[in-house]
Design a protein around this ligand. Structure first.
Ligand code: CUA
Length: 318
């Protein structure tokens, strides 16, 4: 419980120990006094009960001591809160977007990743946003947790990780069917490993972007599409092996004739490039029969090149 894996750990551990310690001392003290009084004032030793009216010293003690304790709790917690809310100016900035039901991490050089990679002992600031409902970014090992609220800018959490390793990320705010699986990982790496990772990923992005923009028929296009389907979170709702999730599986869907509901009317459509594009931008227009209108619109979130790559990927899953 009191591990020290991040800079925030101490700020949380201190107040926990203080409050739990004080409570323990009081529990033992009060129990001891109760037992003592039960014996000392037993009917056999104290046959005539008596009331005490007023005792200045006692009253002052039981007013002043708890007041000091309560302010002590507050002060200690406030000090930690101030620390948690004051990121260092030179902290590394990473944008984190929550959406049903995955996290996306974006680095300043354009690299996008469904998992978080950070260097050890470097303050990182995660700037949180949500595309749909309230999510909450939670890394139990580092004792940090912050809600991502749609439409509320400026939400963040920051910390320095003290130990190289992999740690679990959860969503800590109920956000729908996939909430319990809205998890991710933090990979804490040495500075050299991190630099190498960021460089390699940056080169990959640049290369794949180039091939996506250069047009069709490129054999790398579906590889970019596969990476996008993970980083953009498509795979949370669309399986690639034919199994039914919240949305239809990608496997074998390209070229298929589907029955969809358009404005409450059933109709048949052929799944082609135009239909896939329309389904990304205006997903609630045509709902495949047997599914719920749950997909958020991707308008403004996917570029033309990315739509092309994603379509190529879906096409490749025959
Ligand atoms: Cu996102 Cu729960």
């Amino acid at each position: 419980m009191l591990s020290r894996l991040s800079s925030v750990s101490d700020k949380v551990n201190g107040p926990i120990l203080f409050i739990a310690g004080t409570s323990l001392v009081m529990l033992i003290g009060i129990t001891a006094v109760m037992i003592y009084f039960t014996i000392r004032y037993h009917r056999r030793r104290n046959p005539v009960p008596e009331d005490i009216h007023g005792h200045r010293v006692l009253e002052i003690v039981w007013t002043v001591v708890p007041t000091i304790l309560a302010f002590g709790f507050f002060w200690y917690g406030w000090e930690g809160y101030k620390y948690i809310k004051t990121p260092p100016a030179d902290a590394m900035q990473i944008s984190v977007t929550g959406r049903m039901w995955s996290w996306l991490h974006e680095y300043e050089n354009g690299v996008q990743s469904p998992e978080l990679y950070i260097p050890v002992n470097v303050p990182v600031k995660l700037n949180l946003a949500s595309q749909d409902v309230i999510h909450s970014y939670y890394i139990p090992a580092f004792k940090v947790k912050q809600d991502a609220v749609p439409g509320v800018p400026g939400l963040f959490l920051w910390f320095s990780a003290y130990q190289v390793g992999d740690y679990q990320v959860f969503c800590a705010e109920y956000c729908g069917m996939g909430h319990s699986k809205m998890w991710s990982k933090v990979h804490v790496m040495t500075q050299e490993d991190f630099d190498a990772w960021l460089r390699t990923e940056g080169e990959k992005v640049a290369e794949l972007k180039k091939s996506a923009e250069s047009g069709e028929g490129d054999e790398n296009l579906h590889i970019l599409g596969e990476a996008l389907s993970k980083s953009k979170g498509c795979v949370a709702c669309h399986s690639t092996d034919g199994s039914k999730l919240v949305g239809p599986s990608y496997k074998g869907i390209y070229g298929k004739t589907e029955t969809v509901l358009t404005g409450g009317q059933e109709r048949e459509v052929t799944v082609d490039d135009a239909y896939i594009k329309h389904s990304m931008l205006k997903p609630t227009d045509d709902i495949v029969k047997g599914y719920q209108p749950l997909m958020p619109s991707q308008e403004g979130m996917v570029s033309e090149a990315e739509i092309k790559a994603l379509t190529a990927y879906i096409k490749s899953l025959q």
